[in-house]
Write a protein of this length. Sequence first.
Length: 640
Amino acid sequence: MKAAGTKVYKFGRFSLDTGRHLLLKDGIPIQLREKVFDTLVILVEAGGAVVSKDEFMEKIWPDAFVEENSLNRNISELRKALSPGIEDAPYIETVPKRGYRFATPVEVLEGDGSPIHLPQTKHDSLRRLIVSRTAILLLAVALCAAGVGVFIYRRAARAGRAVEPASSLTSLAVLPFRSIDRGEQDYLGLGMADALITKLSNLEQVKVRSTSSIRRYAQSNPDALTAGRELNVDSVLEGNMQVAGERIRVTVQLMNVKSGSPTWAGTFEEKFTDVFALQDSIAEKVSTAIKGQITAAEREKIYRRYTNNVSAYQLYMRGRSRLPPFNKNDALAAISDFEGALALDSSSALTHAGLAMASASIRSRFAQSSEVRTWEERAKQEAKRALELDPNLAEAHEALAAVYRYTDFDWEHTIEESRRALELNPNLELPHQFLAAAFYHVGLLEQADAEARAALQSNPLERFESLRMRGMAALFSGKYSDAVALLEEAKLAKETTVTDWHLAVAYYYYGERDRSDQILEGLRRSTSAEEHVRAQASRASFLAARGDRKQADQLLTEIVGSTYMDHHAAYSIGVAYAQMGKHEQAVKWLTRAVETGLPCYPWFEKDPLLDGLRGIPDFQRLMANLKKYWRSVNDRYGTS
């Protein structure tokens, strides 16, 4: 597809130059594949109107047959490239059953077809400055090689020298350190970053991006400034490592994302077996560069260690990099890594916490019916051990919140432990996800949406869980169109079946029953007890609603005796019986759903499939108790 003439469009921080086939963000070019660029042009030039999928196909691939997934990939790449701020609405909106539309106002800068020469930006000057500095650096290296100034340079570098004050720094990302000698040390680079994140998170008034937000950079070689903009931070800490014999040398640099200039740099060297002392030294120097002076309490936390065994720490880090797991293989691999670490050092509270979280995830998402109880008990045991070792470890409270969230569906304790974890370390991401899940289950739907957004703010690159939680909050609010759009976007953000059941339910209430059936049919063959039982229970309720009582009865017979049963499945069974006119059984199963984790009064009140029960005294008593509980949790947790 060729753009007609030359036009420049302005939206947010972006400029789109159709003539030069160029997308700029704050004056910096954003690389897009040709078809992805064409997709953006079509959306922008539609002026906010919905563009159908067929229209995209005709304009982008006029002479070729391609699958709809090609368009989905283009949209997904665009969303990642545009990546709006946390408080901004997304640029591209999914309109279920119709297509996509550009949801942000667009300003046409010039449209007469003549070339536009954009003014030189500060980033162009910055690039020339970087080139000049690079040339100077190369000259300095050459002089050093000749033996000039070596002693002075090393002393200054080892001490860590501030280039300009960093007092205005409020947010920081620590990138995985790069190994000059590629190999096993690549993983040490992620471990080094994780250690510094843990230590620097103790600094007051500085937000530090979580390890989960930066782990995607472990296998790449990102430009620090690009990564900083993607992570929406003021500054980025990057480093290089070189292992020579028994020694490790690390060079570290703190970059100001806005100016593109370094604010501090340092070189450190220790024996490889003293890598923890190396981490302590770097953390203290960086903390001083950021704040000028650190308190005694901050210093104590910076020097706190949870293991002195390097091999155990590397295994812990590899396991932690797989959390949260979105497939069973990753979950089991994480378990294996944590077990290996504990075999070397059983006193690490961090490792016990990681093992608890991985076990809880397996129990909830991937375990077969016969395995559920085993993983549940293990998760509880490991969380308890982590807290015994360190009652004030944020990750231990995070792990306990995970156990309550995934095994007991104890939402009040999930809320309390998540909030305690965030009190101890406000930079954690997962407690916000746990809070979002707890809030939508107990019916605090606005709070659920807010916590899902807070999780995204902690990790701007992990959209899946935030979108999934917001989708469920929208569903239980009766906003079916929003629920479908959010859950479809979540599915594009990560290839996993975790969200399929939620999406199937959303499609049913939105009115696309065939699409719902298609998804549920696919989940019938899932080896996950959770996915299989929920899908069968939902199918039974939807079949009963359309009058197919015989098939609904067959499904109910199969799943009622299942060894696995959760609140969502129990709710669907109750709905099925309600649609079949079996009111006593319906109220029994709906009560079970409430008691086992779904006391969501707004959803019980809105669900049209429960309308047949509204005049039944037993159901009215259930609703009265639900409303009373909903008001009590709103009083307790309605505001942070």
